[in-house]
Design a protein around this ligand. Structure first.
Ligand SMILES: NC(=O)c1ccc[n+]([C@@H]2O[C@H](COP(=O)([O-])OP(=O)(O)OC[C@H]3O[C@@H](n4cnc5c(N)ncnc54)[C@H](O)[C@@H]3O)[C@@H](O)[C@H]2O)c1
Length: 250
């Protein structure tokens, strides 16, 4: 049980990578809170996890709203008494190249992918300090590390910003035994990319860039998140951690 006794809030926990991370954490002994907009899916998934013996609870959270973060953190503290791990996983990708991107869509990308994790960290820090430390795991992408040619500019912009947010939090709050790291996965087959991957050309582009010759699995990413959340990573801080089969190695 690598996360025994830890309380984790995972945003975007109703499906995709967030759900995979929640399941992995839960089976390693963590008490998990699934923060998401999708109430029906989130409640069904929390019930599934409970049936598997995991302590899981859905929390309605809109990461773009500060009020929603305040309420969600209060909910976690009321039910679990503390917060040890925050996974800022919720994210969106509006696939418009820069010349077609509207200001409204750009603002939405920034609100969910940057303001969201920023506010989450803002409200998690006092709780983690009170708990004697914590682990913040942000969900980046290979787009933190390279100007990925298959991905629209707004997505590389927000993921780059998230990486710098991660590093600045890592540098400042290490004194409180709070670590912050960012995962940088290549393409994983989740609802976020399923539509895009139905196009055989897009799928072969994505496969062709991976030296290990396959897409990332949800478990590949969840395993890396588990390591960063656990005390095994006690000295790992401020790292941009590729989970990409070597995409960014060449
Ligand atoms: N799938 C990939 O190929 C891939 C690769 C690298 C990084 N990522 C990143 O991983 C993260 C998760 O992606 P995914 O593939 O699981 O996506 P997904 O679309 O399957 O799931 C995202 C979840 O986030 C939730 N969400 C969206 N906006 C929200 C908001 N405002 N407040 C709360 N929850 C909200 C959605 O309801 C959904 O449950 C994202 O940050 C994404 O950028 C994905």
């Amino acid at each position: 049980m690598r996360l025994k006794g830890k309380v984790a809030l995972i945003t975007g926990g109703a499906q995709g990578l967030g759900a995979g991370i929640a399941r992995r954490f839960g089976h390693e002994g963590a008490q998990v809170f699934l923060g998401d907009l999708k109430e029906a899916e989130g409640n069904v998934f929390a019930a599934q996890l409970q049936a598997e013996g995991v302590s899981a609870r859905f929390v309605r959270l809109d990461v773009a709203s500060e009020e929603s973060w305040v309420k969600s953190c209060e909910n976690v503290v009321a039910n679990a008494g503390r917060l040890n791990v925050l996974v800022n996983n919720a994210g969106i990708n509006i696939r418009q190249p820069i010349e077609e991107m509207t200001v409204e869509n750009l603002d939405l990308m920034l609100a969910v992918n940057v303001r969201g994790p920023f506010l989450g960290i803002k409200h998690a820090l006092p709780l983690m300090r009170k708990a004697g430390g914590g682990s913040i795991i942000n969900m980046g992408s290979v787009c933190c590390l390279i100007g990925h040619k298959f991905t629209p500019e707004a997505y590389t912009t927000v993921k780059g910003a998230l990486m710098q947010l991660t590093k600045s939090v890592a540098a400042r709050y290490a004194k409180d035994n709070i670590r912050a790291n960012i995962l940088c996965p290549s393409t994983v087959e989740t609802p976020l990319v399923q539509e895009m991957l139905k196009n055989p050309e897009r799928r072969s582009e994505r496969l062709g860039e991976v030296p290990l010759g396959r897409l990332a699995s949800i478990d590949d990413v969840a395993n890396a998140a588990l390591y960063l959340a656990s005390d095994e990573a006690a000295f790992i801080n401020g790292v941009a951690f590729p989970v990409d089969g070597g995409v960014t190695a060449w």
